[in-house]
Design a protein around this ligand. Structure first.
Ligand code: GDP
Ligand code: MG
Length: 593
């Protein structure tokens, strides 16, 4: 294919500014999907994405416009998934920056733009939702010019909903985003920027050919993995997978090589040919650093190997997950997993349950602490159960984030209040415009991962936005709060918290657990303790009635149905000692405030 006729770009935006809707419209305007087949958010293929209305996995698709071939890569917008954005950008020469014409610049608008600039990508900016009565494109075009230096006159105005301005936007893509470069005669170098596991076909990878040509049935060499596989099928997503004979430089498509070992086709892998292959791989990606850790345990102990298998497959699709085996006195065998944030943790747990049919219990999330013992040795602890006894601890340091918040000015007070209660320290405050303020805080990560995002949204009616990055470690007075169920310490439920917050945390946790743990046949005391000293206590009262009593001893099938129903309800419970605990107890306990 003629390189000059290819354009590869991503759409970047703050969440809800209209990326997915614009992708839908592009599919329609270019005729890739007929209007009658159009369903909303066509590229958000995971059920989970549709239900939650957010994009989790980046998708790519090939469309034709005015004699040009576009590869369009949709990217996720939530802070937890920034890593996906970065990976997508490595396959592009440009980005479409979408900004809501009724909202203006938000925190992720800036963060994504900086990423695009870091990758030297051409930015085509547009203001979306001009059909809304509240849209004020003139004002926000000025804002974009002032804050990001994009000339106001170059900013397009569109409605992804009605399609207004979308053809002009596609013309601008051709005019302004550079064509890819690459040498068709050079040895093959193709970058894997995403992989998914398909039950029937094995690993399906998204690839961008940088140099050389990949032919169907080529014998391929995966350079970093050091493995060889045959290209059983290559092709493009239009958006249905469409097999092709070859993919040349600049082209984006998919590769199926019958790979069953998920380790062979990680994102960032360079693929070349076995004979006359390339000498050097392309620069890969750095695996992102997990920020939040939690134990995941199968509710049925027999599912441990299935969980291992599921994690390996999911990691292929989401390299940001890390996991190592862990055993717990209370929960048996499971895995200590690392996530990018709390939303990511929730999504991973839900995907493991839905896509792999597992029932899991997640323990209280924790960040990574640096613990220096009295004999001067420093270790990293991400599992509260592994914290040494108090007498042996000299200092505990916790990770600290730089959090930058953009908000309409009337919410400044409410946000300063929120940051204060989260042990935040203000670093900077700046007016972006007379109405909007940027606040920079340093806040311990542990205070950010739990519920901070939801609080920020609810205190500002959804108007404030957030971006964050790790800045370093800082010593703090931290203690371990243990939870005892029925008098037995449940090791997996221990949490490390700031001393000043330990009582409140213990009390709140006991109250929440009391709500969430169903009544058993006996009274269940729930206690929180620091170093053996109980600081809080609640009791789940025994249930009184036999559930079958309602059946008056009559209809036997009704009785059986009721028992079956009860059994089903129990499926998602984990027995800890004699106490049955629901699988999402910790996620729920931490979320409700
Ligand atoms: P994303 O999070 O950036 O992918 O945003 P979505 O595409 O999911 O859009 C977020 C919301 O904005 C959805 O309810 C869309 O229907 C709505 N939306 C997107 N584009 C437009 C537009 O041009 N006009 C109007 N009125 N609504 C839009
Ligand atoms: Mg979306």
């Amino acid at each position: 294919m003629d390189l000059a006729r290819i354009r590869n770009f991503s759409i970047i935006a703050h969440i809800d500014h209209g990326k997915s809707t614009l992708s839908d419209r592009i599919l329609e305007v270019t005729g890739a999907v007929q209007a009658r087949d159009m369903k909303q958010q066509y590229l958000d293929s995971m059920d989970l994405e549709r239900e939650r209305g957010i994009t989790i996995k980046a998708q790519n698709v090939r469309v034709e416009w005015n004699d040009h071939t576009f590869h369009l890569i949709d990217t996720p917008g939530h802070v937890d998934f920034g890593y996906e954005v970065s990976r997508s950008l490595a396959a592009c020469e440009g980005v479409l920056l979408v900004v809501d014409a009724a909202q203006g610049i938000e925190a992720q608008t800036l963060a994504n733009c900086y990423l695009a600039l870091e990758h030297d990508l051409e930015i085509v900016a547009c203001l979306n939702k001009i059909d809304l009565p509240a849209a004020d494109p003139d004002r926000y075009a000025m804002e974009l010019e002032n804050v990001l230096g994009i000339a106001a006159e170059d900013i397009l105005r569109i409605s992804a909903k009605t399609g207004a301005g979308v053809p002009e936007l596609l013309d601008a893509v051709i005019d302004r985003i550079p064509a890819p470069t690459g040498d068709a005669d050079a040895p093959l170098q193709a970058l894997i920027f995403d992989s998914q596991f398909d039950q029937y076909r094995g690993v399906v990878s998204s690839i961008r050919v940088m140099n050389g040509v990949m032919n169907a049935n080529d014998k391929l060499h995966f350079m970093q993995a050091g493995a060889d596989h045959e290209a059983l099928e290559i092709g493009a997503r239009r958006p249905a997978t469409t097999p092709m004979k070859q993919l040349g430089p600049g082209e984006v498509g998919y590769l199926i090589a019958g790979i069953k070992d998920v380790g062979d086709a990680r994102s960032g892998e360079t693929v070349t040919t076995m004979s006359k292959g390339a000498d050097t791989p392309l620069p890969g990606y750095q695996d992102p650093k997990p920020m939040v850790f939690s134990g995941l345990f199968p509710i049925d102990g027999d599912d441990f190997e299935d969980l291992r298998d599921a994690l390996a497959k999911l990691k292929l699709n989401d390299a940001s997950i890390s996991y190592t085996p862990e055993s717990s006195g209370a929960l048996g065998f499971g895995f200590r997993c690392g996530f990018l944030g709390l939303l990511h943790m929730e999504i991973v747990k839900e995907r493991l349950e839905r896509e792999f049919g597992l029932a899991l219990i997640a323990t209280a999330p924790s960040v990574e602490y640096r613990v220096t013992s009295t004999d001067g040795e420093t270790t990293v602890v991400s599992n509260p159960a592994e914290l040494p006894v108090v007498q042996k601890i000299d200092t505990i340091e916790e990770p600290v984030f730089k959090v930058s918040i953009i908000t309409p000015k009337e919410y400044t007070g409410a946000l300063m209040d929120l940051c204060q209660t989260r042990r935040g320290e203000m670093k900077r405050m700046e007016y972006l415009s007379p109405e909007r303020v940027e606040l920079d805080y340093e806040i311990p990560l542990a205070e950010v991962v739990v519920d901070f995002f939801d609080q920020l949204k609810s205190r500002t009616q959804g108007y404030a936005s957030l971006d964050y990055e790790l800045t370093g470690y800082q010593a703090a007075h931290l203690v371990k709060v243990d939870i005892l169920l029925n008098g037995e310490p449940a090791d997996a439920f221990s949490t490390i918290v700031h001393r000043e917050k330990a009582e409140t945390y213990g009390r709140r946790m006991c109250e929440k657990l009391k709500e969430l743990i169903p009544r058993q046949m006996f009274d269940v005391p729930i206690q929180a303790a620091i170093g053996g000293k109980v600081i809080s206590r609640e009791t789940v009262k025994a249930k009184r009635k036999d559930v079958t009593a309602k059946c008056y001893g009559g209809d036997i099938s009704r009785k059986r149905k009721l028992l079956e129903k009860q059994k089903e309800g129990k499926k998602k419970m984990k027995a800890i000692g004699r106490v049955e605990v629901p699988g999402d107890v910790f996620i729920s306990a931490l979320k409700l405030d």
